[in-house]
Structures are given as structure tokens and as C-alpha cells.
Ligand binder design. Structure first.
Ligand SMILES: NC(=O)c1ccc[n+]([C@@H]2O[C@H](COP(=O)([O-])OP(=O)(O)OC[C@H]3O[C@@H](n4cnc5c(N)ncnc54)[C@H](OP(=O)(O)O)[C@@H]3O)[C@@H](O)[C@H]2O)c1
Length: 363
């Protein structure tokens, strides 16, 4: 049997049009982004079953030990689901951390890893047949680190033609989180600290906080490779290990967005003034933030899942309408494409301090 990606497909190309049909039941046409109507109709030449390939874990642990590439026969999708053939998906800390068991109260193996990425719709119910061939983000269902993802058509996010593949694949977790963080804690005229400043979400927070009128942004970074880039973005770069400068910046800051936690996050929180806020949204250090007895600043926490639970499908789709143009204008790290089968090499790159590229699994 040929590998599933060699099963013949027929391509039917139509001119680009702004569809007047809503891609999601119940959504008004104004929510419809301009998307390619390139159609891919799968016409397998044999009656043999297609194969899925998925990176799965059956227990928590070190991702290198517990992630396994598993092949299985594709089962029939449920009648109302979309089936998406994945194109690419990034490796984010948000994908890796749950595999270690850090959120064992929220996830239970066996599970397919991966929370974002994009692909093209290859099967749909008649009601959603207009989505066939379209690029979508098949989110909030089964894991995305697999060749085929079945998803709820109300939640699948159509990708506008103006968005490149590399941006589409990164269009969810970090952009949505950065957008919510800045909505919940506005930064206009404030002095802002961003830790883990070399990360992809920090790049978005920096650029969008500048656009929102932040008075000054200090980026606390770990790897020295980050310094020049932060300066280019108009950020005051401060090395994590330069604790005197970290202390000085913390005393002046009005708000901190902290993705590192541990000694760095604790140090900043405990030096910020009364009436200021330190928002923890990640623990890259793997250690908690510990307020001391002198602590006066407010310690807030942010989890994207808490915001998502408040959104109906229309509000969810609307989030992306504001994200796409802002994302297209943002300066982001380059990606490095790595074949899905070489996922261990992708992990090697992911774990490299100071890396210049976001690892992107190609399916
Ligand atoms: N709460 C939420 O809902 C939410 C949503 C989105 C993202 N996040 C969090 O945002 C953070 C960044 O995600 P991302 O996708 O933007 O990451 P990314 O682009 O893959 O970058 C990872 C960054 O982490 C830094 N890093 C790794 N270990 C570190 C440590 N021990 N101390 C300091 N820095 C460390 C690296 O620093 P160097 O390369 O400079 O050494 C790199 O800049 C993660 O903690 C993630 O969980 C949270």
C-alpha cells in the first residue's frame, strides 16, 4: 500500500473570491475572511484503508521517552466533523509541558500531542462542503501532531489567503494569549517588563504593547543571543543574571508579564511597588513564583483556557479576525521546517537555548 501522502489527489482550482457564505453555521458573512477556494478532492485509487500517523503518549514523562510515533488505520469521521490533512505545526512549550504531567489534573493519557498548526480540509459534511480544500486551524479537539485531525466545523478557523503558512501554523496559542493579556491588563503609558523575552509570545507582546502605547518595555532574557534583537525591537534588554539591573527595573515597573517564574519571577514580583501587577503566564524555569513577606505588588495568573471557556463560537472566530492583520504585520522568529518523522530532531532544536528558529513539524 502506498504511504497515505502518496495516495493520488485531484486538484480543482477556482479563482479567488470572497465567499458570501458564512464558513460557520450561525456566523454572518462579515465574519468570513478571504480564503482560497482551491479544492482538493481525495479520490483514493484503491479500496485499501488510509493510514494516520500520530505522535502520542500513553503516560506522562520526558517527551523523548514517552512520545511515540504511531500509525493506525483512519477510522470514519463522525458525520458532522471536518477532516483536516495537517500541513505543519510548531513545537511550543505549551505542547511539551502537558506531556511531562505538569497539568495532570487537566489531561489524561493516552493522548495525541500538539495544540496548534494548520492543514487543509479533505472531508466535510454537505453543510460544510464549501470548506473543502481550505486552509484551517483544526483546534481545541484532538491533538494536532498527526497527519489527520477531525474537528468541529464551528471551531475550525479559516485562514485568510493573506496569511503565510508559517504564520498560520502559529496563529493560535501565542497570538491569542498575547491579545488577551494586553486586553486584560492594558499597558498604555505604563512601564512594562516582559520576561522570557526571547520567546515568540514575548515578540508579540512587545510589538503589540508598543502599539498600545506602553511608555517603556524592558525585556529580561536568558541567552545573550537575544540582546541585539531586543534592541532592534526598541526594548531595553536586561540579562536574567544581571540581578542588580533586574531589581532596578522591577522597582520602576508598573506591570510585568512573566513566563519564567522561579527565582526570576519571584525576584521581580517581590520588588515591584504597591499598586503594580505581576502577571504570571508561564513557568519556563519549571519552578513556582514565591511571594516573600515584603511583597506588595499583586500577583495575577493567566491561562488561555480560562478565556476560551467564556467564548461562544462566534466570539472565538472574531478573536482571529483581529489577530490575522496584526500577526501579518508582526516581526517574528524564522521557522525551521523538520519532517514529522524526524520529530526528535525537532525536539533537539526546541531545547537549544538561544535558538534563532521556531521548530515546525512538516506532515
Ligand atoms: N498561560 C498561557 O495560556 C500561555 C499561552 C501561551 C504561551 N504561554 C507560555 O509562554 C512561554 C513562551 O512560549 P513560546 O511558545 O513563546 O516559547 P518559544 O518561542 O518556544 O521560546 C521559548 C523561550 O523560553 C526561554 N526559556 C526556556 N527555558 C528557560 C528558562 N529556564 N529560563 C528562562 N527562559 C527560558 C528560551 O530562552 P532563550 O532561548 O533565550 O534561552 C526561549 O526564549 C511558555 O512558558 C508558555 O507556556 C502561556
Amino acid at each position: 500500500m502506498p504511504p497515505v501522502n502518496q495516495i493520488p489527489v485531484t486538484l480543482l482550482v477556482r479563482p479567488n473570491t470572497l465567499t458570501t457564505r458564512a464558513p460557520h453555521a450561525g456566523l454572518a458573512p462579515r465574519f468570513v475572511p478571504r480564503c482560497s477556494t482551491k479544492k482538493i478532492l481525495h479520490e483514493p485509487m484503491t479500496s485499501e484503508p488510509q493510514l494516520n500517523l500520530a505522535l502520542r503518549y500513553h503516560s506522562f514523562g520526558n517527551p523523548r521517552d514517552v512520545l511515540k510515533l504511531e500509525s493506525s488505520q483512519l477510522v470514519q469521521r463522525s458525520a458532522d466533523a471536518l477532516r483536516v490533512r495537517m500541513t505543519c505545526a510548531p513545537i511550543n512549550p505549551s505542547d511539551i509541558i502537558p506531556v511531562t504531567g505538569a497539568y495532570r489534573h487537566l489531561t489524561t493519557p493516552p493522548k495525541t500531542a500538539g495544540y496548534e498548526g494548520f492543514g487543509r480540509v479533505v472531508e466535510a459534511s454537505p453543510q460544510f462542503a464549501h470548506l473543502l480544500g481550505q486552509r484551517v486551524l483544526p483546534l481545541r479537539g484532538d491533538g494536532t501532531w498527526q497527519r489527520y485531525v477531525d474537528c468541529d466545523p464551528e471551531i475550525a478557523v479559516p485562514v485568510p489567503d493573506s496569511i503565510s503558512d508559517s504564520l498560520a501554523a502559529r496563529g493560535y496559542i501565542n497570538p491569542l494569549s498575547a491579545q488577551f493579556l494586553l486586553q486584560k491588563w492594558p499597558v498604555a503609558n505604563k512601564r512594562v517588563i516582559i520576561t522570557g523575552a526571547g520567546s515568540n509570545i514575548a515578540a508579540l507582546l512587545i510589538q503589540w504593547a508598543q502599539a498600545d502605547g506602553a511608555a517603556q518595555i524592558t525585556g529580561i532574557y536568558r541567552s545573550p543571543e537575544r540582546r541585539d534583537r531586543l534592541e532592534t525591537l526598541g526594548v531595553l534588554p536586561v540579562a536574567e543574571r544581571d540581578i542588580y539591573s533586574v531589581d532596578a527595573e522591577a522597582r520602576e515597573a508598573d506591570i510585568t508579564f512573566d513566563a519564567v517564574g522561579g527565582p526570576v519571577g519571584s525576584r521581580i514580583l517581590n520588588r515591584m511597588r504597591l499598586g503594580t501587577e505581576c502577571v504570571g503566564y508561564g513557568l519556563l524555569s519549571g519552578q513556582p513564583v514565591l511571594p516573600d513577606s515584603q511583597n506588595t505588588a499583586a500577583h495575577r495568573r493567566f491561562h488561555l483556557r480560562d478565556e476560551l471557556s467564556k467564548l461562544d463560537p462566534e466570539a472565538w472566530q472574531n478573536c482571529f479576525l483581529s489577530i490575522w492583520p496584526r500577526l501579518a504585520a508582526a516581526k517574528l522568529q524564522e521557522i525551521q521546517r523538520i519532517p514529522f518523522e524526524d520529530w526528535q530532531k525537532a525536539l533537539d532544536l526546541f531545547e537549544m537555548p538561544g535558538r534563532a528558529h521556531k521548530p515546525m513539524l512538516q506532515f
